[in-house]
Design a binder for this molecule. Structure first.
Ligand SMILES: [Zn+2]
Length: 266
């Protein structure tokens, strides 16, 4: 499946399913490919064979095994570049990047954002496209459609700041998350905001897509602002739903209560 074939210089971006519910994102310009968070080498190798493209590089968002498990094998067989977060220990030596750095890949500039919360050194990558070409965000396990990553190494305040930063990207930014969690996340979003008609419509749409075996992603930043409770902590309905016990709870308290609720939501 190919998305956004909007011109000869537009990147082609596609999710490669891996494990239970991971996506390894593959991007290419027709000449070479990069992948994001290859937890497993096999799906990447199969896709490269199908496309007839060499692997030029790997972006790593964070150190968890389901995101880096295939890096060593891919590097050994292709000699590709490996770019990863400076603040995390990775299984192979990587070009270490941190907030504000820019990586040149596939003819585009990729800006690095340090987005701690899920892990302490987690980074995201977003391109700075030419006018009229799509903008892509690879956000690992920080932002999911209708959800966000669990707080393994960071605080609620850190994660909220990271999410709010991603939410300031342009509305039409394509959001490429590392897991297919959208349907379960939308059920939680509906519990938080039963009156949110965008959540209701997304639930119907995503249920149909998943029933057809299609990915729910990529999302967009504009869509996430309308449906993602973790980006909506200032909405009166969200604040009321978490029942923090005070009417003037700050944003971090609302976010922390939401995250705790989601941790136990079934
Ligand atoms: Zn993770």
């Amino acid at each position: 499946m190919t998305m956004v074939p909007s011109g000869p210089t537009a990147l082609q971006v596609q999710p490669l399913p891996a494990f239970e519910d991971n996506y390894i994102w593959l991007l290419h310009d027709g000449r070479a490919a990069w992948v994001v968070d290859p937890g497993d080498a096999a799906p990447v190798q199969a896709a490269l064979r199908d496309l007839g493209l060499p692997l030029a590089g790997i972006f790593i968002t964070h150190h968890h095994g389901d995101h880096v498990g295939g890096v060593a094998a891919l590097r050994a067989t292709t000699g590709c570049r490996v770019v990863g977060p400076a603040r995390e220990a990775l299984p192979v030596a990587a070009e270490a990047v941190d907030d504000g750095d820019v990586v040149e890949a596939l003819g585009q500039r990729w800006r690095v954002l340090h987005v701690p919360g899920h892990t302490a050194g987690h980074v995201a990558y977003v391109n700075e496209p030419a006018v009229d070409l799509p903008r892509w965000l690879f956000c690992g396990d920080t932002l999911f459609s209708a959800g966000c990553g669990r707080l393994f190494e960071g605080t609620a305040a850190q994660m909220l700041a990271s999410l709010q930063r991603l939410a300031t990207l342009p509305e039409d930014t394509h959001v490429c998350c590392a897991h297919e969690y959208t349907l379960a996340n939308l059920r939680f979003a509906r519990a938080v905001e039963p009156g949110n008609t965008d959540v209701q419509a997304s639930l119907r749409d995503v249920a149909q897509r998943r029933a057809r075996g299609e990915p729910s992603l990529p999302s967009t930043i504009g869509h996430e602002r309308r449906i993602n409770p973790f980006l909506r902590v200032r909405e009166p309905a969200v604040r009321a739903a978490v029942q923090t016990g005070t009417t003037d709870a700050d944003d971090v308290a609302v976010f922390a209560a939401l995250r705790r609720w989601k941790d136990h939501f079934r």
